[in-house]
Design a protein. Structure first.
Length: 280
């Protein structure tokens, strides 16, 4: 088979964005699964949280970020934020000429594949849960599955604060997750990119009989397929190193850098640059 590789396009980075640090859980999975790809990550740390903002605002923010990422010549964009995936994926796909994926479909697909009881719980921001996006997408795969959503708005600030293992976080999690006490779910989607960082706390409360879905894993698989379908895969000899990954934020870089370097990324983050996202 003769595969035509346009090296410039193939060597271009993947654009990934989130409202803050949470999307690093998706970047981490992409770096692990696609070690030949380099990444340009943007965290909108000045305007986090997205979870309580309106659809119009999230679309406006997401378009600005896509414009910024395109100035870095990204070959594809991953919306590593459930709220932005829920509200802005279709608008971005209509407006911009690069392949764009979100995290909702990959997470929904994994959950449908895993559930036996056909009763799935979803936790996320108020925006994601009230949009009912997970219910809609899960019903496209299996209309008989029952989906029970629960917003957990305090989880994001706890994660941003770095309180991943803390009695306060345990107590907050117990209160939120008691929603599922009598619902007989066997699968729970961590429908916010910050939540995989609370995985051990959530696991302790939900127990071993509930399968926790981290949409990041499936998103990385889906990205691999997307790059291949568009002939955009990076050549196998180009192993990305830490200098090729670039990180940008809209607020001060120090906290982001410290956080990023505490969550077991495959690379040390050496440099984070602050940009004025409102200019895009
Ligand atoms: N990262 C966002 C998400 O996945 C949550 C944080 C926020 O509210 O901005 O929905």
């Amino acid at each position: 088979m003769n595969i035509n590789i346009n090296t410039d396009a193939n060597l271009a980075p993947i654009g990934i964005f989130d409202s803050g640090v949470g999307g690093l859980t998706v970047a981490r999975e992409i770096m692990r699964q696609l070690p030949n790809e380099s990444v340009v990550y943007f965290g909108d740390t000045a305007r986090v949280p997205y979870g309580s903002k309106s659809e119009g605002t999230i679309i406006r923010y997401s378009k600005q970020i896509a414009r910024f990422l395109l100035t870095k010549h990204v070959k594809a964009i991953v919306i590593a934020c459930n709220t932005a995936s829920a509200f802005a994926l279709e608008s971005l796909q209509r407006e911009f000429d690069v392949p764009i994926i979100g995290v909702i479909k990959p997470g929904a697909k994994t959950a449908v594949a895993e559930t036996v009881t056909k009763r799935i719980g979803v936790i996320g921001t108020e925006g994601t849960i009230h949009s009912q996006i997970y219910t809609k997408v899960i019903h496209e795969y299996d209309p008989e599955t029952v989906v029970i959503g629960k917003p957990c708005p305090l989880f994001c600030p706890l994660v941003e604060e770095g309180w991943l293992h803390d009695t306060v976080t345990d107590e907050v999690a117990r209160r939120y997750l008691s929603e599922f006490d009598d619902k007989n779910i066997d699968t729970l989607i961590l429908g916010c990119t910050h939540y995989p960082l609370l995985r051990s706390t959530i696991k302790k409360i939900m127990g071993d009989n509930v399968y926790l879905v981290n949409p990041a894993y499936e998103t990385a698989l889906r990205l691999r397929e997307l790059l291949s379908a568009n002939n955009l895969t990076s050549p196998s000899e180009s192993i990305a190193d830490s200098k090729q990954h670039r990180f940008y934020v809209s607020d001060t870089p120090e906290k982001f850098k410290a956080f990023g370097n505490s969550i077991d990324l495959p690379f040390y983050i050496e440099k984070v640059e602050q940009i004025n996202i409102e200019a895009f």
